[in-house]
Design a protein around this ligand. Sequence first.
Ligand code: CA
Length: 371
Amino acid sequence: MRIARVETFQVQWQPADTPAQRSAFVRVWADDGRVGLGEASPMQGGRASLDIIAQNIAPALLGADPLDHAVLQDRLMHRLVKLGPEGALTGALAAIDIALWDLKGQLLGQPIHKLLGGAWRTALPFYASIGGNGAERSLDEVLRIVEARLADKPAAIKIRFDNDRVDLDSEIPDHIAKARAVRRLVGDDFPLAFDANNGYSYSGAMRVGRALEELGYWWFEEPVQHYHPRALGELARKLSITVSAGEQDYTLASVADLIDAGVRMVQPDIVKMGGITGLMRCAALCQAHGVELVPHQTQPTVGHLANLHFAATLLHATKPCELNDPSPRMHAIFRNPPKPIDGLFHLPTAPGLGLEIDAAALARHRVDHGG
Ligand code: CA
């Protein structure tokens, strides 16, 4: 079995989408006509990752055995490392890895979670991840949106404050007031998380963290800049609330740095860091250190399903999977997009990822990433 073709493209979900708002997909074809589907990190539409695949990765994959996906990933990571191992390159390698796992599942007639050694659970709870709760939204609007998301029966809710990373601490009273109001709305026992998106200084993060502790929040995500692992670790050690980070880490080594610093819940993302192969390695690292692995994942189709297959295999899955705000990305181009039923996502049993493309819908939404 050989890799015969690698196809990269964006998906434009709505006519008004700019190139930076599109999704970045890859298809890898075997020489018998079977095909695997992968997704890269969607930052700026994932175009940089798609270009790296088209220019630098695809030529090296043609003629290779798709079952050699881990060797291929490590070889390409080291060959291309000077493109920058933090971001576009790892997004590209993640997309290829997911596509090769999807293809492998089809070649072997098994869903990915079976190929990973089996699932501890086949129905997975999720948390509703709600973005944009800063100054752009009133307190009442935040409450209305949280109320609306409760209808999906999430196991928890995370409110995100998508801060300007160059204007730290400026909205702290507003953030604490909203965190308090959401706690009042959902009651004392409902699990809540708070995502600062790197919006605070160290001292600002201490202030918010203490407030969240009083309000009984479950975790406090990315309180300071992601490139300050020691500050993240120090906060994790000093606060009693769980401090989490890692969605902006792209290598196993940088996740190890977070753990060394003191972070005890890490959140690498399957479309940013090594795909399924990368997260399996991360699972071993976390298991060895007794660290919670709670992957970040905001892409509702390919990335989400790849993440579900992986998360189902985790021995200690202490937190639900992430489900982002409703979006037009959720339902186009697939006949069977993942949807929760009574608060649970059920793992597909079909080979590979288990996603069926609607070819006519894909043709309508597909665009070349060069344009
Ligand atoms: Ca986050």
